[in-house]
Write a protein that binds this ligand. Structure first.
Ligand code: FAD
Ligand code: ZN
Length: 487
């Protein structure tokens, strides 16, 4: 690969057409003709993010099928100083998997690396490649009578490598933790093409720095995750799901506390959404139905699971809800009477993001707070937003059990999205300063990507930023990994 660098930077592939053609030819040799996409039409599906906010112009999209191919691609790009943007299912919400507009970055799409390598039922682990769609990982675990608990609304298309690189959260964090908590080992290709085989399936391993945790949540800025050893759990045999009507977020926090106290580990999901969210889902998903006879200001979706199918999940849920009704913590509740109804309840919650996208542009925030601060945060912040931006619709929902809110702001009815988005920086400032005031995080589960790369500088200390930059410089000295993202 020396030939590429020996000629010097004046004819780097970024600026020199013949160097570019040579690089593309070598990439084609590595992955095969069908796995190197060039030309606007072929790269288009990989060039824009899920929200349609970032439009990149990648030189090409390369789709390796093996770890060795990923290693060869990275070695070549590192030599050539070519920026590489890893990409999985491209469902990320912060522009992390989108190339820039220079025409000089390569998208490295992992979707062809989609093998389940090993299921070790006795060890309760599963080893899967980065390009496995999350749903396929869940199904593989279920086929071995186990649960892989990571679950998000995008699970039909997001991929394991993307889930780990964003340290995805989702709806089961309350019981099982984030993606970070579900990984025992990793295989990573470093920027220079070296392969780190850290595919260990150990629950105890105190042998120094936990290197895998550096790559989890790194958004592709330190290397490419090619495979992972994942933790599996016993498969619940029974599930009880309810939607509950509440007057205020404070009531939801009380209910959460009661359920944690009385149901313990059975509580596997606690989601909050406002009536504005339900309204959007009913409008944009014609088959959907309001879950309760009367509308309420807030709803909680509660899920309990049990490892034995003997009615205990439902019994615990019903007793807890009866007590909450008697104490006037909640005003109504519907417990799903079938799997289909439980799925319908979940889809009301899971379709909110998509319904909001169909409604038009909006200003999103993915924040986390100590649960004890949420009520005060919402009270203050809702009032400040309403005063500063009269008429806006607050579309707030999220994983209340984890202190994670998607605090989204839609334009007033009838106001064009384009004009409204001019207020983006001001709305962000107001909301994020409020988050900081309560010692929360401005990115709970979606990452920083391009969207919050600048914003984070205001909220992390200079020391934290400097430490992150030192790690980046050590692992990726030429800065080829996902330039312009996160850091
Ligand atoms: P991509 O979008 O392809 O990539 C995401 C980031 O990871 C990019 O920075 C990319 O460069 C990097 N990357 C991808 N693969 C690799 C790899 N193999 N090695 C190194 N870096 C890599 N997220 C949540 O956390 N919780 C939710 O509840 C949730 N709900 C969502 C609902 C909807 C409807 C949608 C559209 C998205 C939602 N998301 C949620 C966001 C998104 O689905 C997650 O961030 C998901 O983990 C991204 O996976 P992906 O394969 O699509 O990654
Ligand atoms: Zn979420």
């Amino acid at each position: 690969m020396g030939g590429m660098t020996a000629t010097g930077s004046t004819d780097s592939p970024a600026t020199d057409p013949s160097a570019r053609a040579a690089l593309l030819a070598r990439l084609r040799d590595i992955v095969g003709v069908g796995a190197l996409l060039t030309g606007d039409a072929a790269v288009a599906p990989h060039a824009t993010d899920w929200r349609g906010r970032y439009h990149g112009r990648p030189l090409a999209v390369v789709k390796p099928a093996t770890t060795a191919e990923v290693a060869a691609v990275l070695a070549l790009c590192n030599d050539a100083g070519m920026g590489v943007v890893p990409q999985g299912g491209n469902t990320g919400l912060v522009g992390g998997a989108t190339a820039d507009a220079s025409g000089a970055q390569l998208v490295l799409n992992l979707s062809r690396m989609n093998r389940i390598r090993v299921i070790d039922a006795a060890n309760n682990t599963l080893t899967a490649e980065a390009g496995c769609v999350l749903e396929a990982v869940q199904a593989a675990a279920a086929s071995a009578d186990r649960l892989f608990p990571l679950s998000l609304a995008s699970e039909g298309s997001c991929e394991l490598g993307g889930n780990l690189s964003t340290n995805a959260g989702g709806t089961a964090v309350l019981r099982y933790g984030n993606a970070r908590d579900l990984v025992l080992g990793l295989e990573v290709v470093l920027p220079d093409g070296e392969v780190w085989d850290g595919l260990r399936g150990l629950r105890k391993d105190n042998t120094g720095y936990d290197l895998k945790q550096l790559f989890i949540g790194a958004e592709g800025t330190l290397g490419v995750i090619t495979a992972a050893v994942l933790k599996l759990f016993p498969l619940p045999r029974e599930r009880a799901v309810a939607i509950v009507a509440l007057a205020t977020p404070a009531a939801a926090v009380s209910l959460l506390g009661q359920l944690q106290r009385d149901c313990g580990e059975r509580l596997s999901g606690f989601e909050l959404f406002s009536d504005a969210c339900l309204e959007l889902v009913l409008r944009h998903f014609p088959g959907s139905q309001a879950p309760l006879a009367a509308r309420a200001p807030q709803y909680a979706l509660v899920e309990l699971t049990d490892l034995r199918a003997n009615g205990r999940a439902a019994a615990f849920l019903e007793q807890a809800l009866e007590e909450a009704l008697a104490q006037l913590v909640i005003s109504d509740a519907a417990v799903a009477q079938s799997g289909a109804q439980a799925a319908a309840f979940w889809s009301l919650r899971e379709n909110i993001s998509e319904a909001q996208a169909r409604e038009g542009a909006n200003i999103k925030h993915d924040v986390s707070l100590p649960i004890s601060a949420i009520v005060e945060f919402l009270g203050e912040t809702d009032a400040l937003v309403a005063r500063a931006f009269p008429g806006v619709r607050l579309v707030t929902f999220g994983h209340l059990g984890d202190g994670n809110l998607h605090y989204n702001v839609s334009p007033p009815p009838g106001v064009a999205a384009a004009g409204f988005l001019d207020a983006l920086a001001e709305v962000n400032r107001l909301v994020h300063d409020q988050v900081a005031r309560f010692r929360g995080s401005i990115s709970a589960e979606h990452g920083l990507g391009q969207l919050k790369r600048e914003e984070i500088l205001r909220y992390k200390s200079p020391l934290e930023i400097a430490l992150m930059r030192r790690i980046k410089a050590t692992l990726d000295p030429k800065g080829i990994m996902n330039p312009g993202k996160l850091i």
